[in-house]
Design a protein around this ligand. Structure first.
Ligand SMILES: Nc1nc2c(ncn2[C@@H]2O[C@H](COP(=O)(O)OP(=O)(O)O)[C@@H](O)[C@H]2O)c(=O)[nH]1
Ligand SMILES: [Mg+2]
Length: 452
């Protein structure tokens, strides 16, 4: 990928809409667009000031392609930091493709996935965690996930990491000064002072790393299995949560034989939800395959919606199934309260519903939010929740600082410990992108869409 090329792509979604935007970025963006742009008064885009909008036509091979508005952004005052042009044309699939074709024929190349944001990163417009925030904002499926991504885009993670890094850098500077100029009167940090600074860094890093699980639940959704005996209303629950008849519901036990998976947004939570075959002893080969899959599903889920029949009360089979879920977060859904409501008692929260009457369904999302402390996460505007990539870098940094901490505590020569502190600084730099490998950068931007 040559980053000196001028690139172009359709930035809006593929489909029919009111307008489509074709984005061009690179040194020659304005000149290239000028070749195919004709304004009513023959104004040239090359004379245009930055942040101005111009009405005119896109013309290719003497033919009008569309009437457009062209926005001009001059380096460094653009998203990418380069000269950039955005052509807003009519939002048809063909017309936007034709405008892109005209731009390409005037001398651009097609942008690769995420290349605009990659250029913004390389030009210092945003750091790597902010660039990741861009994709998270686009992909956010729930309100808290969106607000976290917007915080990340605004630099919330970068700010936290920079503070920790700067503290470690000041420790290193003072250690190095004491080593390099022992005869000079450098104010030396005592081992106790260094340990104090390292221990404060460890606390902060741990808190950040611990936030990753919450972040994953918010961003990617909670893997959730609906389990229970046959005929308790598992598939009915899935359907009522989805608001559509996704799974087959009958009064014949053993109807659901395969695992059905769906993603759904429930209040403030995103669930990757699996409806499973009811668990029971059976001679039926296909059904028992399904039951094995249900058990696998319990294993890989983070939340179990354990459905029981509130009208008939708990049976030994329910107790057995509950035992299979003992290591998981379990929410007991006592269904069929429209028939009657026995007391349902498990060592887990219980919610009474009627899937048939759609009664009590709201309480499910509220309870899940409580169980996963979603409210706590979305409470603060400045909350920082890191991704798994960030968590890995934080854990590396934690390990290095811990090694340095104990080395200094045990009076190991200070220059040994300083190597570990430098390693920690480098690990933290992977988050903001100062010390990250080209391969990681490549991977991150490859997950973007073309045009972003
Ligand atoms: N009265 C009543 N019947 C229900 C309710 N939920 C499900 N059912 C019925 O129970 C039977 C089994 O439902 P289904 O969703 O297929 O259960 P599954 O085997 O656990 O997936 C069907 O006849 C449903 O109509 C409910 O809330 N009240
Ligand atoms: Mg079913």
């Amino acid at each position: 990928m040559n980053l000196n090329d001028t690139i172009a792509a359709i930035a809006t979604a593929h489909g029919v809409g009111a307008i489509a935007v074709i984005r061009i970025s690179g040194e020659d963006a304005i000149e290239i667009c000028d070749k195919i742009f004709v304004s009513p008064k023959n104004k040239k885009l090359t004379d245009a000031k930055t942040h101005t909008i111009h009405f005119g036509k896109i013309v290719m091979c003497g033919k009008n392609v569309d009437e457009v508005l062209v926005s001009v952004f001059r380096a460094p005052f653009s998203y990418t930091g380069e000269n950039s042009v955005e052509i807003s044309c009519h939002g048809g699939i063909l017309v936007s493709k034709k405008v892109l074709e005209a731009v390409i024929s005037a001398g651009c190349r097609l942008a690769e996935a995420g290349e605009f944001t990659k250029r913004a990163f390389l030009n210092g417009k945003l750091d790597l965690s902010q660039a990741e925030g861009v994709i998270d904002v686009i992909n956010a499926e729930s309100t808290p996930a969106l607000s976290l991504s917007v915080n990340q885009l605004g630099g919330a993670i970068s700010k936290e990491i920079t503070k920790i890094r700067e503290n470690l850098l000041s420790v290193i500077t003072q250690i190095n000064a004491a080593i390099d100029y022992p005869e000079e009167d450098v104010e030396e940090l005592t081992n106790a002072q260094i340990c104090e600074k390292l221990s404060s860094a460890l606390t902060k890093i741990k808190a950040l790393a611990d936030s990753a699980d919450n972040g994953r639940f918010l961003r990617d959704g909670i893997d959730t299995a609906i389990v229970g005996k046959p005929n308790v209303g598992k598939s009915s629950l899935l359907n009522v949560l989805l608001g559509e008849d996704r799974a087959i519901v009958t009064d014949i036990a053993g109807t659901t034989r395969d695992v059905i998976s769906e993603k759904l947004v429930l209040g403030n939570v995103v669930l990757n939800i699996y409806d499973t075959a009811g668990i029971r002893d059976t001679e039926d080969k296909i059904e028992s395959f399904g039951i094995d899959k249900s058990k696998e599903c319990i294993e890989k889920s983070e939340l179990i919606l354990f459905v029981v029949d509130a009208s008939s009360g708990i049976t030994p089979d329910d107790e057995e199934i509950f035992k299979l879920c003992k290591d998981k977060k379990v929410l007991v859904i006592a269904n069929k309260t429209d028939l009657s409501k026995e007391n349902i008692d498990f060592d887990a929260p219980v919610i009474y519903i009627s899937a048939k009457e759609r009664d009590g369904i709201d309480k499910i999302s509220q309870k899940i939010e409580e169980m996963f402390e979603i409210g706590k996460i979305k409470a603060s505007n400045n909350d920082v929740v890191v991704s798994l990539r960030h968590k890995a870098a934080l854990c590396d940094a934690f390990g290095s600082i811990e090694t340095a901490f104990y080395a200094i505590k045990n009076n190991t020569p200070i220059d040994m410990a300083s190597i570990d502190i430098v390693n920690a600084i480098s690990s933290l730099g992977e988050i903001s992108g100062q010390t990250v490998s080209e391969e990681i950068i490549q991977n991150i931007f490859a997950s973007f869409c073309v045009g972003k």
